[in-house]
Write a protein that binds this ligand. Structure first.
Ligand SMILES: NC(=O)C1=CN([C@@H]2O[C@H](COP(=O)(O)OP(=O)(O)OC[C@H]3O[C@@H](n4cnc5c(N)ncnc54)[C@H](OP(=O)(O)O)[C@@H]3O)[C@@H](O)[C@H]2O)C=CC1
Ligand SMILES: O=C(O)C1=N[C@H](C(=O)O)C[C@H](O)C1
Length: 269
């Protein structure tokens, strides 16, 4: 049994992750951490997640529970994740990171920690999105240079980062396949007298509304035809199941930076 710790246990993903760990074979909830100012410090993790009493009381700091776990699952915030990965590195624990919005320097911190501990880091843990990344690679190779490429994403009103980590990863996959540098060819939103579309750009459009779990479309628009590759998540459980799968997959792995393409064995497909 892999002993899983969950940080941000009262968050949207934290609660779903508790539910997913309880349902998983080969994993058990060993610790749950909430914000130190939360009124839920000391509460039963199962009751927070609505799955009944589990006998795991939440603690207010990872340092109080880290020795009890094999792997930490972290869907929190940039600041919290960077702090948590440093603690996992120190304690020699594995970590699955779902948090999004890191800049280049912050991603370098994650890579540095992965020199010492096994890390799965992916902006989207669903099987469907990771399959779409493969479809995008193939589509970009065949029609990418003849198409205008636009990435449109929609998420719930609470999301703090934009574009979504998934949209950025989709852009990176397309750009890498076409030999372009995303930092130079990305265009984020458009307004006013922008003039005609510039060739070889990759556009990003962001929608924040209601309770949308997560929709992504990549549009390849050529003269005479359009291809749209769309993924729509209708439940956070799809991300949580992927994260728990990653947590058990990490068992016995050596230090390194892995992603969901590794976990799902999609790298060579
Ligand atoms: N990779 C993937 O498949 C997916 C990734 N995500 C990403 O996961 C992250 C979390 O999303 P979501 O669950 O919706 O967000 P929530 O805001 O619902 O949850 C975040 C949790 O982290 C806690 N937290 C954040 N910062 C701190 C801190 N400094 N100290 C202590 N606790 C902290 C929050 O505690 P409190 O609220 O008490 O402050 C909360 O419990 C986002 O980056 C999102 O983009 C989301 C879904 C899928
Ligand atoms: O914040 C969210 O909710 C989600 N975030 C991830 C992202 O930024 O790509 C993944 C998913 O779409 C939900």
């Amino acid at each position: 049994m892999v002993k899983v710790g969950i940080v941000g246990a009262n968050g949207r993903m934290g609660k779903t992750l508790i539910e997913a760990v309880v349902a998983a074979e080969g994993a058990e909830l060993a610790a749950a951490v909430v914000h130190p100012e939360s009124s839920l410090v000391g509460a039963d993790a199962g009751e927070i997640a609505g799955v009944g009493r589990l006998g795991v009381s939440t603690v207010d700091a990872l340092s109080k529970a880290i020795e009890q776990i094999d792997v930490l699952v972290d869907f929190t915030s940039i600041e919290m994740t960077l702090d948590n990965i440093a603690q996992c590195r120190e304690a020699g624990k594995s970590i699955v990171i779902g948090t999004t919005g890191f800049d280049v320097a912050q991603k370098a911190q994650l890579s540095a920690a992965a020199l010492d501990i096994p890390v799965v880091f992916a902006p989207n843990m669903s099987v469907g999105v990771n399959l779409c990344l493969k479809l995008l690679e193939m589509t970009a190779r065949v029609v990418g240079d003849d198409s205008d490429i636009e990435i449109i994403e929609a998420h719930h009103r609470h999301k703090v980062d934009a574009p979504s980590g998934t949209a950025v990863r989709m852009g990176e996959v397309v750009a890498e396949t076409l030999g372009r540098d995303l930092s130079k060819c990305a265009v984020y939103g458009r307004q006013g007298q922008e003039g005609p579309r510039k060739k070889d750009t990759i556009g990003f459009e962001t929608i924040r509304a209601g309770d949308v779990v997560g929709d992504h479309t990549v549009l390849f628009a050529a003269d005479g035809e359009r291809i749209e590759i769309t993924h729509k998540a209708s439940s956070r459980m799809t991300f949580a199941k992927g994260a728990v799968r990653a947590a058990t997959w990490l068992s016995g792995k050596s230090a390194g930076l892995y992603d969901m393409q590794d976990v799902l064995e999609l790298k060579d497909v």
